[in-house]
Design a protein around this ligand. Structure first.
Ligand SMILES: [Zn+2]
Length: 385
């Protein structure tokens, strides 16, 4: 046997649609919030066993705080080409117990549940695609594949970043199993870089009745700084800063000595990373009796629309055309682990996972009828990149 034509692949995955949904259900029902190590580890164990049965070599990367990151290698005997790296994450944003409020269910042509789109369905697709490629090639991988499923993506990937980057450097290309963009299923060829900054103001406390003039309000200083920060927004350049949380003061009869703010920063271009960092860390107090400290950084560089990224998209679009569909591309504001690999210059295509709606929300769902062509696209790319 050998790899069938794209249209034949599509028929193959259509026949397995129900099986794919069952794998999705198995993964969604195992809740896996980033901050509950043992729960994410349970997903890792189940996946290790399923991919192990396909012949993958399993490796767990231990870490103290989060679940073990899972690396699965499929070797291709006699094939010396670089591996294709499939990138995914096992963690979700939903706390334990969410599944009882939004149970995994199939209705209206979709499968619903916490983390189903972001990105349990992406992992399920990778499983059935690898299974198929093996079946089409008499149990032998036509090229090496490495799959890495991390456990801390939803909280910034601090503990897995080095692993992802090391594997990406060894790879021919990176295919990211994050959800597609929109119900047309566009792939993501640009993502903003993301950072978080904390602003801390220290003023001088005083009794608001007895000593009002001796006080220097940290809250008033913070108010000025927030307006300064909002002036740094440059929508044309895709540079945004959002003061998303503020804190300050003790009680109404005390001039507040402390106030703080947390800021979400997004950049389109790598060139802007250093500049926005410099601007934020050099904010000067309006009131000389107040002091300011700013901590933070852009922790995900932008995934820029480079030639390497565009080249991979064109391959995907050609393949999609053979499957009878116009594959669109999209630029999005959210980051993923694909940001890390693209910033290294490794061709990266993101949004190859499932099609659906409502990531991180109550109506999170995956369109079942789209699963076969996502699978066929991923299978085709694995062999062609
Ligand atoms: Zn995700």
């Amino acid at each position: 046997m050998s790899t069938p034509e794209p249209a034949e692949q599509l028929r193959y995955f259509r026949k397995r649609q129900t099986e794919i949904v069952e794998t999705i259900r198995q993964l969604v029902e195992l809740e896996s919030p980033s901050d509950v190590k043992q729960s994410v580890d349970r997903v890792g164990t189940v996946l290790a066993s399923r991919f192990g049965e396909l012949g993958g070599r399993i490796r767990f990367h231990a870490n103290e705080k989060f679940g073990k990151h899972l690396q699965i290698d499929f070797r291709a005997r006699g094939n010396k080409s670089k591996a294709v790296l499939l990138l995914g994450h096992m963690d979700t944003v939903y706390p334990i117990g969410t599944i009882s409020k939004m149970p995994c269910r199939v209705s209206k042509g979709r499968v619903w549940g916490p983390g189903v789109l972001d990105m349990k369905a992406g992992i399920a697709l990778a499983f059935h695609v690898i299974e198929a490629v093996l079946e089409w090639n008499d149990g032998k991988m036509p090229r090496p594949i490495t799959l890495v499923l991390v456990s801390d993506e939803e909280v910034g990937s601090a503990s897995s970043r080095a692993i992802t980057e090391k594997l990406a450097r060894e790879a021919a290309a990176v295919l990211v199993l994050e959800p597609a963009y929109g119900l047309h299923g566009a792939v993501k060829t640009a993502r903003k870089g993301v950072g978080e900054y904390a602003l801390q103001i220290t003023g001088v406390a005083a009794h608001s009745g007895l000593d009002f003039e001796k006080g220097h309000s940290a809250i008033i200083e913070l108010a000025h700084q927030i307006l300064e920060i909002s002036k740094l927004v440059d929508s044309k350049r895709g540079l945004t800063l959002n003061v998303g949380r503020i804190n300050g003061g003790m009680r109404t009869n005390v001039v507040p000595a402390t106030a703080s703010a947390s800021i979400d920063v997004r950049v389109v271009s790598a060139k802007d990373v250093a500049e926005i960092h410099r601007r934020l860390t050099s904010l000067k107090p309006f009131n000389s009796h107040c002091s300011i400290s700013v901590n933070g950084r852009i922790n995900r560089p932008p995934l820029e629309h480079t030639e390497a990224v565009a080249g991979l998209y064109f391959k995907a679009r050609d393949l999609a055309q053979q499957l009878g569909w116009d594959l669109e591309e999209a630029a999005v504001g959210g980051g993923s682990d694909g940001n890390f690999t693209a910033a290294l210059g490794i061709p990266t295509l993101d949004g190859l996972g499932a099609v659906g709606e409502g990531a991180h929300a109550e109506h999170e769902s995956v369109v079942i009828s789209e699963l076969p062509r996502r699978a066929a696209l991923l299978a085709g790319l694995i062999e062609r990149v």
